[in-house]
Every structure is written in structure tokens, then in C-alpha cells.
Design a protein around this ligand. Structure first.
Ligand SMILES: Cc1cc2nc3c(=O)[nH]c(=O)nc-3n(C[C@H](O)[C@H](O)[C@H](O)COP(=O)(O)OP(=O)(O)OC[C@H]3O[C@@H](n4cnc5c(N)ncnc54)[C@H](O)[C@@H]3O)c2cc1C
Length: 412
């Protein structure tokens, strides 16, 4: 692209949200020019398999691509990969890339996701310490695995637990270190945490709760173990750090956009800067399913649905963001599907028997269904969605009877 070229829409970030925004604009007959600038060298690809099939070696990278190169070319979407945006000038309506090029925009869509939060302790940057956020992260990690017998995973969230499951399947000795009193504490209720804890223990994972990392030990610049605050050293050749992300919003905030933990957007994805929108992991928005609280969601659903919202605003057919959150996680032979947000629930009802490895947890707040976690229970997930969307008031005893289909309760 020649210096100074202008595009009608510039999308920064070639991940789930950026790709979905370009697709949604063209689906809505947007005829203007579109450029997508992505810091990674690859065309947009699916991130969830990174801690699942791709890490396991079960899916080649080509099958992760959201669309083939020809798709973007046919729709006149300029996919400019390997181009990191470092500055935004809202008055001049330009973004500047790391190589110093200024590109003008009519509308700007910020879809940058986040960078993995790093440990700050000694040894956090040693060879053998990995994040799982990009293809490059996983390629580096996978390249080390043949010489690895012991892996330490720091963080018992979804990414850490999924990686642990894959590594056990690959025959590695795996320790998971979780600082909280249960795994998945940020995203799930206690019953689900206990279930996944037991599953990982049963599969031979050494899962430690309340484990505080003091530092990473080393020999010749390579990680050799993780030292805990109580002095114990867990010996390993590879350390995986899965402790969340930091939203990649610095250039926007420096340009004056409102935000902090993410950039704040309204119901149409608009930031406080003119014609600048933000979507996906980096966008803090008021969410009805969180009781109107301003939150960031980290899910494919949120990135895709916010992309549609913003595309509609850009083409002049606005509709406020009101999508029900959903998410999935695969660990071993367990398929977890969640709908709604369980944060702040005051009751949780178990449907089915965790020992049978097919059950659901229904979360209620003030008597109304706010979320479901379904493990190998697709029917509950599909039918329970309406209960969450409608905020249905359902008798907990009826919910607990797994013989009663949730669709029957939705009518009540
Ligand atoms: C290992 C893993 C497993 C996951 N599993 C699931 C799952 O099972 N289900 C689910 O729903 N979600 C899952 N997620 C979350 C999901 O992938 C994210 O929520 C989703 O990718 C968010 O889309 P996004 O467009 O906001 O960000 P991303 O997909 O992260 O894309 C952002 C892109 O912007 C680029 N970028 C950043 N800064 C700049 C800049 N300044 N200039 C140019 N480009 C920039 C980044 O390099 C990146 O390519 C998983 C995530 C990870 C990492």
C-alpha cells in the first residue's frame, strides 16, 4: 500500500473479530474499501484449537484459517498481515504502523484482542517458558515437546486446563499450579470446578490449588523448574503460563479513547473517539447478561457478534449489541458448553450425575436463570439457551429433574 493511502474502513487486528467485521461489512453490501492490518504474519485463523487440536497435532494450521486467501481477494478485502499499528491520530483520521506508514480511515475498527499476561517473577522470560495465544507460541512450544517429559502449567483457567489435557494425552507428566482455591474460579461455579479438578487428577495431572509461584529456576538460560512460595520446586523442562490477557489497547488509549482494562464502547461498539469502534476481547461494554455491568468477554461468540453490531452501525442499519454469551471448552472426552454468565449467581442447581460424565449446572440469580454449564449435555445447552435469554423464573426442583427437558420449563 503506498504511503498515505486511505481506506473507507480500516480494521486493526486480523483475528476472530477483525475477520468477522470484514465479512459482516461485505455481507451487508458495504461497497467501500476495507483494509485489515494484523500484527501476526498469518491470515486470520481460529484461536480455540491452539490449546486443543493444534497443540495435540490433530489439525494442521491450514484447517485453522477462518477463510482461504482467495475469499479475501474475491471480496476486495486487503489483508495486510505482519503490520502492527502503533499509533492512532483521531484528528487526522490515520493509523501509523510500526514501519512508519500512515494509513487514513473513514471508520476504524479496533479488534486487537490482548497479549498474554506474563509472570513478573525471576525467570519469566527463560527458554522453555511459553504462552498459548498465537500460532507462533504453539509452534515454539510444540517444537520443544519431543525433548520434554515434565510440564508445569501456571494457571487453572480454560487455556491452562485444555493444554494440560492435551499434554497428558501426549504422555507428559503435568503439574497445574492454580493460585486460587479452585480451578476455573473466575468463570464457573464450584460444582464445575470440582468436577474438572477431579477429572484432571484422575488423568494423572498433579493439580495444586493455592499454589503461589515464587520464580522459575534455570540452568544455562533454560527453565528447569518452578519454585513455589513454600519453597518446593516442581522440576520440569517446559512451563506454560495461562494467566489471562492484557487487552491490546495502548495506541487507542494514548489517542484519548476512554478505557483502562479494555477500551470502553457503547451498545453499537463506538468508542469515545469519532468513527472509531472496538470489538472482541479488547472491548469493554455494558452487557445485559452481566446485569448491565461493563465487562470484557473473551470468546469467539463475543468477537463475532460485536463485529456484526459494528458492521451494522457502519452501514447505517444500527442495532444495539444484545447477544447472549456462549463459550465452549474441550478437555479429554469432555465437551463443556456454557451459555449466559454465572458471575454473581446466588443458587446453582445440578441436573444429572457428574459421575456419569454428562450433567449440567443451572445458575440462578434472584430466582431467574442466568447461565448454564453443560458437560457432554448438548440437549440441555440447546434447550437451556431460551431460559437464559428470557431470564426465566423456574422452580429449582423442576430444573434438578434431568428427566424433564429444559424446553418444557421454558414455556412455564
Ligand atoms: C488458546 C486459546 C483457546 C481459546 N479457546 C476458546 C474456546 O474454546 N471458545 C471460545 O469461545 N473462545 C476461546 N478462546 C478465546 C477466543 O479465541 C478469543 O476470545 C477471540 O480470539 C477474540 O477475538 P479478537 O478478534 O478479539 O482477538 P484475537 O482473535 O486475539 O485477534 C486479535 C489480533 O489482533 C492482532 N493485534 C494486536 N495488536 C495489534 C496492533 N496494534 N496492530 C495490528 N494487529 C494487532 C493480534 O496479533 C491478533 O492477531 C481461546 C483463546 C485462546 C488463546
Amino acid at each position: 500500500m503506498p504511503a498515505g493511502q486511505r481506506r473507507d474502513v480500516v480494521i486493526v487486528g486480523a483475528g476472530h473479530g477483525g475477520a468477522a467485521a470484514a465479512i459482516a461489512l461485505r455481507q451487508r453490501k458495504f461497497a467501500g474499501s476495507i483494509a485489515v492490518l494484523g500484527a501476526e504474519p498469518d491470515l486470520p485463523y481460529e484461536r480455540p484449537p491452539l490449546s486443543k487440536e493444534y497443540l495435540a497435532g490433530d489439525k494442521p494450521f491450514e484447517r485453522l484459517l477462518i477463510r482461504p486467501a482467495s475469499f479475501w481477494a474475491e471480496r476486495g478485502v486487503a489483508m495486510l498481515t505482519g503490520r502492527e499499528v502503533v499509533a492512532v491520530d483521531p484528528a487526522a483520521r490515520t493509523v501509523t504502523t510500526a514501519d512508519g506508514e500512515a494509513i487514513g480511515y473513514g471508520a476504524l475498527v479496533w479488534a486487537t484482542g490482548g497479549s498474554p499476561r506474563r509472570l513478573t517473577c525471576t525467570g519469566h522470560d527463560l527458554i522453555g517458558v511459553h504462552a498459548v495465544r498465537t500460532r507462533a507460541d504453539v509452534d515454539r512450544l510444540a517444537g520443544e515437546l519431543p525433548a520434554t517429559t515434565r510440564v508445569c502449567v501456571v494457571g487453572g483457567g480454560y487455556v491452562g486446563l485444555e493444554a494440560a489435557a492435551v499434554l497428558r494425552k501426549l504422555g507428559k507428566a503435568v503439574t497445574v499450579l492454580e493460585a486460587q482455591t479452585r480451578v476455573l474460579a473466575r468463570v464457573a461455579g464450584a460444582a464445575l470446578s470440582d468436577f474438572f479438578h477431579a477429572e484432571h487428577r484422575a488423568r494423572g495431572v498433579d493439580l495444586r490449588l493455592g499454589a503461589i509461584v515464587e520464580c522459575i529456576e534455570e540452568a544455562d538460560g533454560h527453565a528447569t523448574g518452578v519454585r513455589l512460595a513454600d519453597g518446593e520446586v516442581i522440576t520440569c523442562e517446559t512451563v506454560i503460563v495461562g494467566v489471562g490477557i492484557v487487552p491490546a489497547v495502548s495506541p487507542l488509549l494514548l489517542a484519548g479513547a476512554e478505557g483502562g482494562n479494555g477500551v470502553v464502547v457503547d451498545a453499537h461498539g463506538r468508542t469515545s473517539l469519532p468513527d472509531v469502534y472496538a470489538i472482541g476481547d479488547c472491548a469493554a461494554h455494558a452487557n445485559r447478561f452481566a446485569g448491565g455491568a461493563t465487562i470484557r468477554l473473551e470468546s469467539v461468540q463475543n468477537a463475532s457478534d460485536m463485529a456484526t453490531t459494528v458492521a451494522r452501525a457502519i452501514v447505517g442499519d444500527p442495532a444495539p449489541y444484545d447477544a447472549v454469551p456462549w463459550f465452549w471448552s474441550n478437555q479429554y472426552d469432555l465437551k463443556l458448553q456454557t451459555v449466559g454468565l454465572s458471575t454473581g449467581h446466588d443458587a446453582a442447581v445440578l441436573r444429572g450425575d457428574p459421575a456419569a460424565r454428562s450433567f449440567s449446572v443451572v445458575y440462578l440469580k434472584a430466582g431467574r436463570v442466568v447461565a448454564l454449564d453443560c458437560v457432554n449435555a448438548v440437549r440441555d445447552y440447546v434447550q437451556g439457551r431460551a431460559l437464559v435469554v428470557g431470564g426465566a423464573a423456574v422452580d429449582p426442583a423442576a430444573l434438578a429433574d434431568a428427566a424433564v427437558p429444559l424446553k418444557d420449563l421454558a414455556r412455564g
